[in-house]
Write a protein that binds this ligand. Structure first.
Ligand SMILES: C[S@@+](CC[C@H](N)C(=O)[O-])C[C@H]1O[C@@H](n2cnc3c(N)ncnc32)[C@H](O)[C@@H]1O
Length: 340
């Protein structure tokens, strides 16, 4: 198995690097206090930064000097701080941006804080998010519009990569009506409808993303061919579409739950419909044991990373058989299933 460390390094030093918590929290704290944003806006002096960030000057100096040592900030002259190229990344507060993700109040950081209760997840196989935050991941999103908006924006930023690929890889000319199950804020469905003017579409998701998707359909001029349905993909889905797309949603769920979602799709698709699973399948370096993604899925939502064979096995349990596979770049894969 490939290893991710210099094998000749002193084991003590290696262990120290593995267990260090100060650095990840120092970076997140600087982001949470908006230090990078203030520096980018022209505030460089320690006292001015402390005032702008509502921080204790002495404690802030200790934080910043530690992060100077780690290559996040510079201290060109005493108590005058700047950003390195790494520090500049922390100013990005857009969906998918590092600043937005690392802010300790954000959905991204809350997801990672679920690792505090990793022992619970490993003992039970269940997510640990609720142990840390008091309610499960999806309920937490529902409870906070800002967090939900961030999550939907993050999904949209991913769909900017997947949606154009999905729109061209699959033979959509054979399809009249597509339902996007767990379609989020509608980036994929909107792309399909814009690219293929003959298509009609339905999006099923929780109420908040459905409302956001409606705005997106309006912006894209496809409202007359798009319908949003606030629903639950563990309950019966609107029947009769030709294709039921499940894009990057199964990875959020355990095998039992993922099979249940596919079963709902299979029931709605009936004997002639198709179920199209869209996933970015593990490709190096994003293979379960090579990245932290698989464990992040476990602690946050109880999900997991799966390869093609795993999806085929789940689908078989849901009464579906693989018909075709369409491959895009960077592991993007479309698995087409029909009733087995
Ligand atoms: C990881 S996102 C994927 C979004 C989108 N399909 C994409 O490709 O980016 C998973 C989606 O499943 C939705 N979801 C979670 N639980 C759901 C449920 N019980 N019923 C319907 N949708 C649900 C979430 O709101 C979210 O939009």
């Amino acid at each position: 198995m490939a290893v991710d460390y210099p094998v000749n390094d002193d084991p003590d030093a290696r262990l120290n690097r593995l267990v260090d918590l100060a650095t990840p929290f120092a970076v997140r704290t600087a982001v949470t206090l908006r230090v990078p944003d203030q520096i980018a806006a022209g505030v460089h002096q320690l006292d001015d930064l402390a005032k702008a960030c509502d921080a204790d000057p002495g404690a802030l100096a200790r934080l910043l000097r530690y992060l100077v040592h780690k290559g996040v900030f510079t201290e060109a002259s005493p108590e005058v701080f700047g950003l390195t190229d790494v520090g500049e990344l922390l100013c990005d507060r857009s969906g998918g941006g590092r600043g937005a993700y690392l802010d300790l109040a954000s959905n991204g950081a809350r997801t990672e804080l679920a690792f505090i209760a990793l022992p619970h997840a490993i003992r039970t196989g269940e997510p640990s998010y609720a142990q840390v935050h008091g309610r499960d991941y999806w309920a937490d999103l529902d409870a906070d519009p800002a967090m939900r908006a961030y999550f939907d924006e993050l999904m949209l930023s991913q769909q900017r990569f997947t949606a154009p690929q999905v729109a061209t890889l699959y033979p959509w000319h054979e399809v009249g009506h597509v339902t996007d199950v767990g379609g989020g804020s509608g980036g994929l469905l909107a792309e399909l409808l814009v690219t293929h003017p003959h298509l009609r579409g339905t999006l099923v998701d929780r109420p908040e993303p459905v409302a956001t998707a409606a705005q997106r359909f309006a912006e894209c001029g496809v409202t007359d061919r798009a319908e949003g349905v606030a629903g639950d993909f563990f309950s019966p889905l609107p029947a009769g579409a030709d294709v039921y797309v499940v894009s990057r949603a199964l990875t959020d769920w355990s095998d039992r739950h993922a099979t249940a979602i596919l079963r709902r799709c299979a029931e709605a698709a009936g004997p002639t419909g198709r179920v199209l699973v869209v996933e970015v399948l593990p490709t190096e370096p994003y293979v379960a044991h090579l990245s932290s993604y698989d464990l992040t899925m476990l602690v946050s939502v109880g999900g997991r990373e799966r390869g093609e064979a795993d999806h085929v096995a789940l689908a078989a349990d849901a009464g579906l058989a693989l018909r075709n596979t369409y491959s895009g770049p960077a592991g993007l894969t479309l698995l087409e299933f029909t009733a087995g």
